[in-house]
Design a protein around this ligand. Structure first.
Ligand code: ATP
Ligand code: ZN
Length: 649
């Protein structure tokens, strides 16, 4: 036997007897042997015990220099090994436990377990301890090839493994053993638990078996692992920061909203405080748009399915739509996934003249989209949403001005909400790809030039994305980042040449002839849901005064002596349009003040004898240790200024 192994630098090593990947790494350098985690053998990921016995290209994957949470093969191997070790120690601690799916990726690892033997979050430290013991002892993880039929027999009483085994191709299955514990479904694991070192079990949450909401709910235990202690520490810190910002956590703590799969996955309930924030935003944006020349309308959430057949949504977007309702008399009704056809009906309701253009129709339009259950996330991705939608109908030569006007409106609104971390992404067509885009060269050329012109006039930088335009026209997206670090589109301006054609929209021109308008779809703050999720994250729940659901908490020092004065102050503030509440519960003063702070209420007023006598208040602004004595009148002036400094109506 003789074969040669080609290394990534092109050098070759010849061998005359079989050796493992691990041996090869040692053979190259002792340090490489120690650092080897797995290898790519002819492009295929293999464990260190993999036998090399013929010509192959081999790249050793090591644990070196891996500190970030990028999708990285070495980290994935490490995390899969940690998941496997977790299973082994959990099975020992709870012999009745069964395991569902498991995975390892750039976010860490998870193992699904059944509910009957529920693991509490308080039990994770014990399990971590057991894992650490195994790591310290450096227990061998054995890689074995097992006949599928043997595994079927071994797992015959297991409620999940049978189904998981069906996913395994071939008659033999790659399995791993630690002592008498066996599991499969891992790509590659480390050969020894001693190599895991730095890991952490993070959370216990619900997860449906196989990710389907019609299946039973299992428990998902998540964790992460790194090769370096500093990397683990940095990652835990990052996770804490995310948790602190995560709108789902804040939404629960501040009682803003809830989503309960039992009453409808992705269908949010806005609690009074969340509803208040939303109402303020809705009023703000309607006022802003009306002042900018928009006509606000109300149109139904249900529409005849034919509208979506004409628009093309039914052909191209059906997977994201709720199934139509068959009314039994031939009428098919559809919950709208977009508002465009509704606004088109408003446009078509009258004969339009060039003198009226641009016509700007806007609505806080409720829409329904059947998002995948795995993609749903708090208010950020839902199935029922209300879009700050608007459609402008313009003549082609008005596109540039209208586009600039919308852009200015967006930036103005961002300023009011203190949104600074965003960028522009300008998507136009790939002219070579004639298939993908609506064919009207003149329209494309002209409009792309106009949009770029408008951006340049305003001196705005943008990222260009050729080939990313919608089928029906070029667009500008304004991209922001979520607490989890994902890019998302907040605002969008999209030109559309297609819908005016499909719905045969016209206006009477100067020449008395019928002309085709261009349609501009635009969303300023996007959906109320995603926008409130976003604001919650950027403000970490400490909403600026004009948005805060409760702006002032009034606390009497002594219930018997000062309640009446507290009520008077509250009523005075309410009368002037501020949202004030008096805390008249039978709790300690210190407790009430602390709670007002944890609820992130902008102003806490503490009222005792001194204040009562002087008709004054003692103000504690949120996030400070200040206690400022002020007359009630002065306080009202201050809060009035505060509210109006944000809302520049
Ligand atoms: P995404 O790519 O996020 O699914 P999209 O490109 O389909 O969004 P549009 O059809 O342009 O989005 O919708 C307009 C706006 O509606 C988006 O900018 C976004 O703010 C918001 N939005 C879209 N889908 C959802 C959803 N499932 N939940 C909450 N808001 C959404
Ligand atoms: Zn639209």
């Amino acid at each position: 036997m003789s074969f040669s192994i080609t290394l990534p630098d092109g050098s070759k090593r010849d061998f005359d007897k079989a050796l493992t990947v691990g041996d090869l790494a040692h053979n190259i350098a002792t340090s490489l042997g120690k650092a080897a985690v797995a290898a790519k053998v002819d492009g295929q990921l293999e464990p260190v015990d993999y036998q090399l016995n013929k010509n192959a290209k081999v790249a050793i994957i090591t644990n070196k220099a891996i500190i970030t949470n990028k999708d990285d093969e070495a980290l994935n191997v490490l995390r899969a090994t940690a998941a496997f070790l977790f299973e082994a120690v959990a099975k020992k601690a709870y012999p009745e436990l069964h395991f569902g799916e498991h995975a390892a990726d750039k976010d860490g690892f998870y193992v699904d377990t059944d509910k009957t033997n529920q693991i509490k979050i308080s039990e994770l430290p014990q399990l971590e301890k057991a894992m650490k013991k195994s790591i310290k002892n450096g227990e061998k993880i054995e890689h074995v090839q097992v006949a599928k039929s043997d595994l079927e027999a071994e797992f015959k009483d297991d409620p999940y493994k049978g189904a998981l085994l069906k996913n395994e191709k071939g008659d033999t299955v790659d399995a791993y053993k630690l002592g008498d514990f066996t599991d499969f479904g891992f790509d590659v694991l480390l050969p020894n638990t001693g190599k895991i070192k730095y890991f952490k079990l993070l959370s216990v949450a619900g997860a449906y078996w196989m990710g389907k909401s019609s299946n039973p709910m299992l428990q998902r235990i998540s964790g992460t692992a790194f090769f370096k202690e500093s990397a683990l520490k940095a990652d835990l810190k990052r996770r804490d920061e995310i948790k602190e910002r995560d709108h789902r956590t804040i939404g629960r703590d501040l009682d803003l909203f809830f989503v309960d799969p039992k009453v409808g996955a992705g269908l949010p309930y806005w609690m009074p405080k969340g509803a208040t924030i939303r109402r303020v935003i809705e009023r703000y944006i309607i006022d802003k748009e009306v002042a900018d020349g928009y006509q606000h309308v109300y149109t139904p959430v249900l529409m005849n399915l034919n509208a979506y057949k004409t628009s093309g949504h039914w052909a191209h977007y059906r997977d994201d739509m709720f199934p139509p309702m068959d009314m039994g008399d031939g009428e098919m009704l559809e919950l709208r996934p977009m508002n465009c056809p509704s606004h088109i009906e408003i446009y078509k309701h009258h004969i339009r003249s060039y003198r009226e253009l641009p016509i700007r129709i806007a609505e806080l339009g409720m829409m329904h989209r059947y998002e995948k259950s795995g993609a749903l996330s708090g208010l950020q991705r839902v199935r029922e949403m209300t879009l700050n939608d608007g459609h402008t109908f313009v003549a082609l030569d008005q596109v540039q001005d209208e586009f600039a006007k919308i852009l200015k409106l967006i930036m103005d609104v961002y300023k009011d909400f203190d949104i600074t971390d965003y960028y522009f992404r300008f998507s136009y067509r790939d002219p070579k790809n004639t298939q993908k885009y609506f064919s009207n060269d003149e329209m494309w050329e002209k409009s792309q030039k106009m949009l770029k012109g408008a951006m340049d006039d305003l001196g705005l930088d943008y990222v260009e994305a050729e080939g990313e335009a919608a089928f029906y026209g070029p667009k500008l997206d304004i991209q922001t980042k979520t607490a989890l670090g994902n890019d998302e589109t907040m605002s969008t301006i999209q030109l559309d040449f297609m819908l005016p054609e499909r719905f045969n929209l016209t206006y009477v021109g100067k020449d008395g002839e019928e002309h085709r308008p261009v349609m501009i779809h635009r969303g300023i703050v996007g959906t109320m849901e995603r926008f409130v999720a976003y604001l919650t994250e950027i403000y970490k729940g400490a909403f600026p005064t004009w948005l805060a659901p409760i702006q002032v908490e009034v606390i009497p020092v002594n219930l018997d002596a000062h309640s009446d004065y507290a009520k008077k102050v509250r009523d005075e503030l309410n009368k002037r349009g501020f949202r004030a509440e008096a805390d008249l519960r039978n709790e300690k003063l210190g407790y009430k003040i602390r709670e007002s702070q944890t609820q992130k209420i902008p102003y806490t007023l503490v009222l005792g004898d001194k204040e009562m006598k002087a008709n004054s208040v003692n103000v504690r602004p949120y996030g400070t240790d200040d206690e400022i004595a002020k007359s009630l009148d002065d306080f009202i002036k201050e809060i009035d200024k505060d509210v109006n400094s944000y809302s520049r109506k």
